[in-house]
Design a protein around this ligand. Structure first.
Ligand code: 5GP
Ligand code: ZN
Length: 140
């Protein structure tokens, strides 16, 4: 827990939120500035800033919550699709430094784009070079 973190305060109930669900490790609540009705965020209860810092044993439970929220949005708001996203790190647009997984209900012709519309950086390396670099990093 981090004393000053806004999402830790939400988990502790020191800041009000519209809670959707809670289990041992995760907490889900509505985004205060929803991008669509039902825009929900799922967070680890522990103060973990980034996705790669989540202890692997907690990942299953965290993503079980993401799946439960997705199903509830489908059943309650009749959302035929959802966008699931993490702004993981400042350069990726993360504003609150406590990991949160956005689940945003999507509808046909709702005017939103796909992941392809968010990131458009021209590649500078060949696919062969990239696969070599990634595979060698995975060995460490
Ligand atoms: P990020 O840009 O870091 O991925 O997203 C942070 C999200 O947290 C934003 O969508 C913002 O609306 C939401 N947010 C920021 N402060 C609060 C708050 O106090 N309560 C709730 N429910 N959401 C918040
Ligand atoms: Zn926190």
């Amino acid at each position: 827990m981090s004393r000053d973190c806004i999402f830790c305060k939400i988990v502790r109930g020191e800041i009000p939120s519209h809670k959707i669900l809670e289990d041992e490790n995760s907490f889900a609540f509505l985004d205060i500035h929803p991008l669509a009705d039902g825009h929900t965020m799922i967070i680890p209860k522990d103060h973990i800033e980034r996705f790669e810092d989540v202890p692997p044993v907690q990942l299953g439970k965290l993503f079980e919550s993401v799946q439960r929220v997705t199903k509830s949005l489908k059943n309650s708001l009749k959302a035929p699709a959802v966008t699931i996203g993490i702004n993981n790190g400042h350069a990726a647009g993360q504003v609150v430094p406590h990991l949160h997984i956005h689940v945003i209900p999507r509808f046909e012709n709702d005017g939103g784009g796909s992941v392809h519309s968010i990131v458009k950086i021209s590649p500078t390396r060949s696919l062969e070079e990239v696969v070599r670099l990634l595979q060698s990093a995975l060995k460490n």
